[in-house]
Structure formats: structure tokens, C-alpha cells
Design a protein around this ligand. Structure first.
Ligand code: NDP
Ligand SMILES: O=C(O)C1=N[C@H](C(=O)O)C[C@H](O)C1
Length: 267
């Protein structure tokens, strides 16, 4: 199966090249970069630091529908519309990992999924997708009495906050409790504040150094607290999950799919 990459030179793009090199079933067939990128014609293996590979990076404008069976897109929201429009126009299934998408962009994604198969997940690790079930269970038992706080930490280069995963954890907990995250979320605190409102879900963000990605959901009452934590120590975890998703997506009907579908995690 032929897999293509948008944004081959990004942090995730480079580890996706590595994950595809390690895959027995998926083969990297095209790796795009901006038309004016210094990486156009750079060998993908040399870009990823894994030794020379069969193909070089291509300018985005040279991409054709014959180049891949499925595309993978881990880029930034600024280029999201361009990439998804290309996939819709060329009837190309796509695995999307870009986070920080706006409400309008999520609506565009839903519209596109009426025409092409799309896997979209804020986090492609098995552990985080299991965590999304565990926090629901914790919320159903403790959530009506405990204070709920979600904390996340990432590297200094990350451009969106809170992380997509933190938002997905918040959505899962709010959904389980019948709350609307839009109205119950509190993002950071500063200065003099009234006593904590138990109906809220708090978010706190750390950006530092080279932290790959850490998330904790805290359920705290008087006398006890439960913390559910996931720590990613390698981006290869996300990349391997995305390659797995691409293989799973190949041949599927149009529709929106999640990593829970890919992993069949109906817990
Ligand atoms: N779902 C998941 O499991 C995970 C999701 N992510 C998400 O993946 C995304 C990428 O992360 P990361 O690799 O660290 O980010 P990087 O900043 O390292 O890479 C971003 C990529 O997008 C490209 N890009 C940015 N702006 C433009 C533009 N205007 N036109 C064309 N290309 C553009 C960059 O190309 P250029 O260098 O030329 O600008 C680069 O290839 C983020 O949204 C992150 O949150 C990350 C890890 C896991
Ligand atoms: O930007 C990152 O690096 C990551 N982004 C994703 C997110 O926003 O949740 C997933 C992972 O934590 C790494």
C-alpha cells in the first residue's frame, strides 16, 4: 500500500518517514514539502536521519492522485484547508493528526468526510486512546463530587494550547457527565479567584524543553484523589499509530473515523 505525507520536514513528518520505513505493509510513496522549501528534492531518508531511501521530497504542487493510496497529514492549522481540499478533489483517503483546528475547520473536516474516508485523532498512541475510556469511567463514578483538572506538558515548539489531547480528554469527561465543555472549561488561573466551582473542568499547560507529550486527568475530592496519566517518550509512538490508521483506512467508505475505530477499542 502506498502512503503519502504532507509536511515531510516537520517533527512528525520525519518520524513518519521512519515509521513507514519500519512498516512491512505500507510504503512511503510521496513526501511533500512547500514549493519554496529548501527540502524539495532532498532524499527522504537523509531528511529523517535514517540513511538514503528510494524517494526524494516533492514540491506540494507536483502531487497527483496516482502518487498515493492514502495521505497522512500532521502539519499546522494554517495549511489544513489546502490539504483537505486537495484530498477531497482527488478522492484521497487521509489520516489527520493536526491539532489546534478551529470550529470552522472541524466543520470543514466533517463535510469532507461525507466524500472521503478520514481518520482524525488528536493522539495516535494506544495509551491515550485507552485513557479516553478510563477517564469516562472515572468521571462516571467520581465526576459529580470530585474537582476535575486536566494538565498537559509539551515541548517548547508546540503552537497550540491546551493540546488537542487535553481537549479530547475534557470532551470525553464532559460528555460522560452531561456537561458542555464550552461552558464548563476554565483555562488557567491567575490572581484573586472565587472558590472553585465544582461544575468546572480546569486546564493547565506547561511548555518546556523537549517534552514529547504528557497528560494527566485529576479527580480530586476531600480525602482522596485519582490521577490518570499518560506520558509519551517518543514521537515514533504517534507515527506508528498513524501508519496503522492509514493501513486500516485503505478501502474504507467515506466517513469520519477515530483511533477508537482503528483500534476497535469499544471498552
Ligand atoms: N495526533 C497526534 O498523535 C499528534 C499530533 N501532532 C500535531 O501534528 C502537528 C505537527 O506537529 P509537528 O510535526 O511537531 O510540527 P512542525 O512545526 O515540526 O511541522 C509542521 C509542518 O507543517 C508544515 N507547514 C506549516 N505551515 C505551513 C504552510 N503555511 N504551508 C505549508 N506547510 C506548512 C511545515 O513545513 P515548513 O517547515 O515548510 O513550514 C512542517 O512540515 C501539530 O498540529 C501537532 O500538534 C503532533 C504529534 C502527535
Ligand atoms: O504537538 C505535539 O507534539 C503533540 N500534539 C498532540 C496534541 O496536541 O495533543 C499530541 C501529542 O501530545 C503531541
Amino acid at each position: 500500500m502506498k502512503v503519502g505525507l504532507f509536511g515531510a520536514n516537520g517533527r512528525m513528518g520525519r518520524v513518519l518517514i521512519e515509521a513507514l520505513d519500519q512498516s512491512d505493509q505500507a510504503e512511503l510513496s510521496v513526501a511533500t514539502v512547500r514549493d519554496d522549501s529548501p527540502w524539495v528534492n532532498m532524499n527522504v531518508g537523509e531528511l529523517a536521519g535514517i540513511g538514503k531511501q528510494a524517494i526524494d521530497c516533492s514540491a506540494m504542487s507536483s502531487l497527483t492522485a496516482k502518487d498515493a493510496d492514502v495521505m497522512i497529514d500532521f502539519t499546522l492549522p494554517v495549511i489544513f484547508e489546502t490539504n483537505i481540499a486537495w484530498c477531497v478533489e482527488h478522492k484521497m483517503p487521509v489520516v489527520i493528526g493536526t491539532t489546534g483546528l478551529s470550529e470552522a475547520q472541524l466543520a470543514t473536516l466533517d463535510e469532507a468526510a461525507k466524500q472521503i474516508p478520514i481518520v482524525f485523532a488528536a493522539n495516535y498512541s494506544v495509551g491515550v486512546n485507552l485513557m479516553l475510556s478510563l477517564v469516562r469511567q472515572a468521571a462516571s463514578v467520581l465526576g459529580h463530587t470530585a474537582d476535575i483538572e486536566i494538565t498537559e506538558a509539551h515541548h517548547r515548539f508546540k503552537q497550540d494550547a491546551p493540546s488537542g489531547t487535553a481537549m479530547a480528554i475534557g470532551e470525553a469527561i464532559a460528555d460522560e457527565l452531561g456537561r458542555d465543555l464550552k461552558t464548563c472549561a476554565v483555562y488557567g488561573r491567575e490572581g484573586k479567584e472565587p472558590e472553585r466551582d465544582q461544575g468546572t473542568i480546569g486546564f493547565a499547560t506547561v511548555r518546556a524543553g523537549d517534552i514529547v507529550g504528557e497528560h494527566t486527568a485529576l479527580f480530586a475530592d476531600i480525602g482522596e484523589r485519582l490521577e490518570i496519566t499518560h506520558k509519551a517518550s517518543s514521537r515514533l509512538t504517534f507515527a506508528k499509530g498513524a501508519v496503522h490508521a492509514a493501513q486500516w483506512l485503505h478501502g474504507k467508505d467515506a466517513g469520519p473515523y477515530s483511533m477508537v475505530d482503528v483500534l476497535n477499542l469499544k471498552l
